[in-house]
Design a protein around this ligand. Structure first.
Ligand code: NDP
Length: 249
């Protein structure tokens, strides 16, 4: 039997990159549910690839009314929610000398505040015993140049996995976090001029202890583990999926 048969999921940012990799892995294990993002075109593409058991929800995760609508609509269609993945986010760059207040607020709103309220607004619709998976970053563990603010937001999200698990003990809702290292997604491409992407990826791969950069499917497989009963003894914990880059390189 598939590991996620009859399970219903909501995946924020499920229309691209890591979120889509998680959605595909969940689908392959029998899950149904919703992928959430703002871009209508990529939402439609994602749903076309995931099939009839998935729907796209156009919503901004920094908007609390959008989040409430997301979970209400999913629960209305599927009757329940078993697995929540708070994945939507984006790397931002800047040093302490040049990050503006607006950049600060934007980074924190998307990478920290949105995660907090994604989980809060899902709570009325989550089954007892549900699995909540947060997506952090290895940038929370190491001071990569110019990724300080982003890393700080993601470090706070690691703490949320613990405190949410504690808050939700009575309902046996397990909250865990995956912290990816460099992963091959459209977000990675945004930091590099198009003509240099392949060369930069090869350079990154060469610098990785494991000899390659991560793929969304690497995160998808880990998410299946955290979503399924195989991980029933894990709560408030982190899985670093980074090919060794954070501590071994
Ligand atoms: P992508 O840019 O490929 O995907 C980001 C997703 O988030 C998109 O689906 C996007 O959808 C969604 N999103 C962004 N802002 C919002 C918003 N305000 N409301 C709703 N959805 C939003 O990036 P990745 O797949 O690489 O990143 C996914 C997660 O993984 C992020 O949290 C990122 O920080 C983390 N991560 C990525 C790493 C990497 O190397 N790629 C490494 C470590 C962590 P839309 O545009 O439609 O809104």
């Amino acid at each position: 039997m598939s590991k996620l048969e009859n399970k219903v999921t909501v995946i924020t940012g499920g229309n691209s990159g890591i979120g889509f990799g998680i959605a595909e892995a969940f689908k392959n294990e029998g899950a149904a549910g919703a992928v959430v993002g703002r871009n209508t075109q990529t939402l439609e593409q994602a749903v076309a690839q995931l099939g009839n058991n998935f729907m796209g929800i156009n919503a901004d995760v920094t908007n609390l009314a959008d989040l409430e609508r997301t979970f209400k609509d999913t629960a209305e269609k599927f009757g329940k929610i078993d697995i929540l993945v708070a994945n939507a986010g984006a790397g931002t760059t800047g040093t302490v000398a040049d990050v503006s207040e607006a950049d600060y607020d934007k980074t924190m709103d998307l990478n920290l505040k949105s995660v907090y309220f994604t989980v809060q607004k899902a709570l009325p619709y989550l089954n007892d015993g549900a699995s909540v998976i947060l997506i952090g970053s290895n940038a929370a563990h190491r001071a990569y140049p110019s990724f300080g603010l982003y890393g700080a937001a993601k470090a706070a999200v690691i703490f949320l996995a613990k405190s949410f698990s504690n808050d939700l003990l009575e309902r046996k809702i397990r909250v865990n976090i995956i912290t990816p290292g460099t992963t091959d997604t459209p977000a990675f491409d945004k930091f590099v001029p198009a003509e240099h992407i392949e060369a930069v990826k090869a350079q990154f791969a060469g610098a990785m202890p494991i000899g390659r950069i991560g793929q969304p499917s690497d995160i998808g497989k880990t998410a299946v583990f955290l979503a399924s009963d195989d991980s029933s003894f894990l709560l408030g914990t982190e899985i670093l999926v980074d090919g060794g880059m954070t501590y071994l390189a």
